[in-house]
Design a protein around this ligand. Structure first.
Ligand code: NYM
Ligand code: MG
Length: 216
């Protein structure tokens, strides 16, 4: 049986990833959606506390930047057996955020470097397609819920947006054409959904003919 495709949806906060992931899952036959961070595991609960707490300071951080970075990565590694089982069973796996959020949100802090940030994810499955839902920060800011969690501040989001550009340049180099696609998330939900579905179908065709790779 051919393996399933690994499709990653990325973007800034409030870009519409959750909506688009749910729509994609409902439209693709034999698909499964996994969200990172997965807040349901013990590691995920620590991450959730970090994201929902703002009572720390520079002198007394709730979690030091490297420490929380490694927990986000550990939260992906703990899902590995489940990810591989799905792909081997031929399921299309949709990931709501993945290592690219891990790198971009962490390097935006300025306290850890690019190579450090990507290193813990080396060995995880490499996606067949990355869809970046792109939305200007001032539009995201006007969406319901913005500001509810750590990182949901305009200045932080602007920095993260620039970091995602760096991630796209560095991680996409040498990969097949169209591997990372930026989709204008400001279009209507249905328009975006059609574009995402089209990209997903292409990734599924690619996955049928190409072995699963790992992040190198
Ligand atoms: N985030 C997400 C990270 O900082 N590193 C990671 O590795 C991942 C997967 O968590 N602002 C950040 C991005 C988001 C926050 O994600 C929570 P979500 O999708 O809003 O639940
Ligand atoms: Mg969020």
């Amino acid at each position: 049986m051919p393996r399933g495709a690994l499709i990653v949806i990325e973007g800034l906060d409030r870009a519409g990833k959750t909506t688009q992931c749910a729509l994609l899952e409902s439209r693709l036959y034999n698909s499964r959606l996994i969200k990172f961070p997965d807040r349901t595991t013990p590691i995920g609960q620590v991450i959730n506390t970090y994201l929902t707490t703002d009572s720390d300071s520079d002198s007394s951080p709730l979690l030091e930047d490297h420490a929380i970075h490694l927990l986000f990565s550990a939260n992906r590694w703990e899902a590995l057996p489940s990810l591989l089982a799905s792909l081997e069973a031929g399921e299309t796996l949709i990931l709501d955020r993945y290592i690219y959020s891990g790198i971009a949100f962490s390097i935006a802090k300025g306290t850890l470097g690019y190579e450090y940030a990507r290193a813990p994810d080396v060995g995880l499955p490499s996606p067949d397609a990355v869809v970046f839902l792109d939305l200007p920060v001032d539009v995201a800011k006007g969406r319901a819920g913005f500001g509810g969690e750590r990182y949901e501040r305009s200045d932080v989001q602007e920095r993260v947006r620039g970091c995602f550009d760096e991630v796209r340049r560095r991680e996409g180099a040498g990969e097949r054409h169209g591997w990372w696609t930026v989709v204008d998330a400001g279009q209507g939900i249905e328009k975006v959904a059609e574009m995402v579905e089209d990209l997903a179908v292409r990734a599924m065709i690619w996955a049928k003919k190409n072995e699963l790779r790992r992040i190198e």
